[in-house]
Write a protein that binds this ligand. Sequence first.
Ligand code: SF4
Length: 540
Amino acid sequence: MPADVLFVGAGPANLTAAYTLAKRLDAAGKSSDFTIMVIEKGKSVGDHILSGAVMDPRAIAEAWGKDWRTRGCPVEADVTEEKVFTLTPADARPMPFIPPTLDNHGNVIVALSEVVTWMKTEVESLGVMVAEGQPAATPVIEGGVVTGVHLVDTSRNPDGSEGDGFALGAEIAAKVTVFGEGSRGSCTKILVDRLGLSGPNPQVYGTGVKELWEIPKGRIRKGTVWHSAGWPLPSTTYGGSWCYAQSDTRVSIGFVTALDGGDPGLDPFEIMQTWKRHPMMSALLADGTLIKGGSKTIPEGGWWSRPQSFGEGFLILGDGGSLTNIARLKGIHTAIKSGQLAGETLADALLKGDTSAKALKKYEDKLQASWLKDELWQARNWRQAFTKGFTLGSLHAGAMWVLGGSIFTDRLPIHSDASAMRHGDASANRHFKADGKTTFDKLTGVFQAGSVHDEHQPSHLKIADTSICAGKCKSEYGNPCERFCPASVYEMVDAPDGGKKMQVNFSNCVHCKTCDILDPYQIITWTVPQDSGGPKYLGL
Ligand code: SF4
């Protein structure tokens, strides 16, 4: 199954790239000469897309045209007012000014899953083939050249043997394969490891837990944006909350917890639930209804964690390319801009008949010459500053921001999340009890995410050596995967020999990738499920 350009993942970066490419080929009268294909692991585009989200509209206007809104791109609200709070257990102190990084004047509140659904209809109208429910298992790499991807095998039995209707995953060959899989993409991870593409710093992540609520009228105005720092996070952990009013009665709320705090008992889902018990939040949510929820990771490392963005036969865009601006808490406009620059590069390459790495390097050159570089460069040391605690980090990061992004040295280092974990007992001090009204347990979270997988298939969570779970991991860390997974996938259960063994409830998985990132032994590998299962975030 050949394509000229194959896009892996239907997120904002890849769909923008496909749109820009298709438009340029169309303008050159060459659209029928080339096959452009987008494959998406979810059953529908948008199913696996989760974001806050406040979008800076600059990039979408540049890439999709100034008329992007009137052409039907869904926007929930324009940002009309903004507050930033510092939380203590009983108090919410508004900051007297909005830090420049959090100034959302002119931005819009969106549901990103809805935005990409609109983008899909636009690219299809230009002749781009969008194939949903097609999980790419591995990139095909021959002699350092990416020649396409292998889709996942289908109809394997739970033990991995071939079941009825078994078929090996098809290979989709392409002149150029564009990886826009989002945070910790499984093909991107293989590609970066195999070709040694890592940036100077390792990538670090936060796990965000989001909920959509319907609340009684009179508590918040459409277009209101709140952010908070502080409680319930310890001062050693980076993170904070958001509350975005899509209407007078519908709010998107969430909490992002950085994964490099070192505590083996870190539980981002529980932190989110605890935060909702703050008087400010419980007053907002009282008698409200939880509509949907979900979790995902966010690459926070920024500029110095960027992998090489191009090579023979491939490009890496968006979150996978570490283009989130964590200082601004924004990655949609940066993903879209990277997509535009990639689409322009690909159009030139196809029209000139040269898709070599030298031709694809123009994507990196364009990125380096664009406002995207300027924006990310100013934030290049932002996340690293917070490894010394939140208060010191805020002062350090703020000073660097004012000075253009650094003091004395261009690059501050950072440790990977897994390597930062300290020995301890993850299972100690587990007191949280959900009330079922404003706070919920993880299984309710799985239900709210709509996550379903066919149980008659091999687990897509691969643990290289489960004897480590009951042995070394239990004694050194107390099995932190039981805590950090927001979907109760990992469970130590009684073993027939009287000890404990690992049970992987893979059907609960909401595809956040926290386990692949934070497991301290790096023996968990997230792979694509063979049934295209997973969450249903459309509308969230
Ligand atoms: Fe996230 Fe891993 Fe749990 Fe799935 S198994 S929900 S990817 S932490």
